[in-house]
Design a protein around this ligand. Structure first.
Ligand code: NOJ
Length: 517
């Protein structure tokens, strides 16, 4: 029995999220691919990240950047073959890295063969694979629907965009007057769960190490307390424990009190939900931009940790493909403080590709593949000073998404050479985290100072026999931090180190310090 209810490798995992379209193009077609990712594994490892999350890379018409899967068992040809993906797993493992794929269990593309079969008038194996009403004139209450596109008489619920019909996991509280609302233990919903488990088994056997799970909290319909959806995940977790105990599942859910209770190993804090994540990075006055408030975040964070009761982890991403880039509101040296926070918090941190060099959010880009205002966070990685920034040899007009054209656009190459760069700070911070168990996933946390609308934010991390104190002051003013005890040693600092006085520290503006107590 493991010490913690999670695969051991999550203890010190630091993830790097790769949006495959935009990371590295190896064949000059203007879009990223598996071979490109493979060629950059050493860069990711050099950053200190030892795990990857790849956004969906399966066959798809890409109406929602691949979150509309047409075949769960087939890599998207534009990225390469299943064999290429297998090789990527192997090469990552050779470097001591783990790889998560993106599982989209709630919906498919309208192009999926399951959906095509399900649209037929004659009953067949897939008739109940999706949520259909019994008449084209009736829509499923509370959901958008697809109507008038099938020989079958009925409307099909959609989960997100109109091209994403909802898979049928049943209704938790079916209305007895609507016999098309199937209970969760009906054959249709149970077959959907088995099909999804088959998808997971296929890729786990191929060598992936687990899944980031898309919209994990919304599978069962009419399920106000999420009890039905939680039942689905308990079944999935039982399968994993039995067959792949080292695999990790990480939920896009944002309610750790639910997700961790039903089997997820880790849940994301997200830009939606009640986590107060936005207070730190993405609101009018984010804490890390220097004038915001971290107190509500700290209180909420502790509440959800308490509710999670040690069953799993909560992870905080620098950003992702759905939210504006970190560098949209947090600038300059303060970006280093944001990373100091991310890399000293419990749970395995996630670095969104390009955030480590402060890639900008590109305003006003035309939507690409269902990106809409998310497109500005999905532009191609900036590797070097060549015209395509080392991302692609394709002419500019053929790039998947236009690149940042600003003359001083940040690049990995330039930042690797500058010891004061954000990239090198991130490298030092990942190394610091790896040297101290207290800073890793399971180290305890206690906020010692999280005042309302003031700085600094300070917390203790405990683990591996040591206690560390992290102090962050993103504001323009010197700030005073009460000290629970006299620090023994300054382990790390950004900006000027604090001046220690009896019982308190004077913390310079825009600075961070990590002390051993
Ligand atoms: C969440 C994903 O992160 C997002 O990119 C996608 O559009 C929706 N789920 C629908 O799958």
């Amino acid at each position: 029995m493991a010490e913690h209810p999670c695969p051991k490798w999550l203890d010190n995992a630091i993830f790097y999220e790769i949006y495959p379209q935009s990371f590295q193009d190896s064949n000059g077609d203007g879009i990223g691919d598996f071979a490109g990712i493979l060629s950059r594994l050493d860069y990711v490892a050099g950053l200190g990240c030892n795990a990857l999350w790849l956004n969906p890379c399966f066959a798809s018409p890409f109406g929602d950047a691949g979150y509309d899967v047409a075949d769960y068992f087939q890599a998207a040809p534009r990225y390469g073959t299943n064999q290429d993906l297998k090789r990527l797993f192997e090469e990552a493992h050779r470097r001591g890295m783990h790889v998560l794929l993106d599982l989209v269990p709630g919906h498919t593309s309208v192009e999926h063969s399951w959906f095509k079969q399900s649209m037929r008038a004659e009953p067949n194996e897939y008739t109940d694979r999706y949520v259909w009403t019994d008449s084209v004139w009736k829509s499923p209450e509370g959901y958008g629907s697809l109507r008038g596109i099938s020989a079958r008489d009925g409307s099909c619920a959609v989960n997100f965009f109109s091209c994403q019909p909802a898979l049928n996991y049943g209704y938790y509280q079916p209305d007895p007057a609507e016999s098309w609302q199937q209970p969760t233990d009906a054959p249709g919903p149970q077959a959907t769960i088995r099909a999804m488990i088959e998808v997971m088994r296929f890729w786990l056997r191929m060598g992936c190490d687990g899944f980031r799970v898309d919209m994990a909290g919304s599978l069962v319909k009419q399920d106000p307390e999420s009890l039905g959806t939680m039942g689905v995940w308990r079944q999935v977790r039982a399968f994993l424990d039995e067959e792949f105990p080292e695999a990790a599942i990480i939920s896009e859910w944002g309610e750790p009190e639910k997700s961790l209770a039903c089997g997820f190993h880790m849940d994301f804090l997200l830009h939606f939900g009640s986590s107060r994540y936005n207070d730190l990075f993405r609101c009018e006055n984010p804490f890390f931009a220097g004038r915001g408030d971290a107190s509500a975040f700290a209180a909420r964070y502790l509440e959800s940790r308490a509710a999670a009761a040690g069953r799993g982890l909560v992870c905080i991403p620098s950003g992702n493909h759905d939210m504006e880039r970190l560098a949209r509101r947090v600038h300059g040296e303060r970006l280093k403080l944001a990373f100091a926070f991310l890399l000293t918090m419990p749970g395995a941190p996630f670095v969104y590709y390009g955030d480590e060099i402060g890639m900008r959010y590109l305003e006003g880009l035309p939507s690409v593949e269902g990106g809409y205002d998310r497109t500005g966070s999905r532009s191609p990685m900036q590797w070097d000073s060549s015209p395509g920034a080392g991302f692609s040899a394709a002419p500019k007009e053929r790039l998947y998404i236009p690149q940042d054209e600003a003359p001083g656009r940040p690049t990995a190459e330039a930042q690797l050479q500058d010891e004061h760069s954000l990239l090198n700070e991130v490298k030092r911070l990942t190394a610091l985290r790896q040297r101290h168990t207290a800073l890793q996933s399971w180290g305890e946390i206690e906020f010692v100072h999280a005042p309302k609308n003031a700085c600094p934010l300070a917390y203790l991390r405990r683990g591996g026999g040591e206690t560390l104190l992290v102090i962050l002051n993103p504001s323009d003013e010197e700030a005073v931090c009460p000290l629970p005890q006299a620090p023994k040693e300054l382990l790390y600092s950004i900006g000027n180190p604090p001046k220690l006085r009896p019982g308190e520290a004077a913390v310079p503006p825009v600075s961070c310090a990590v002390f051993a107590l």
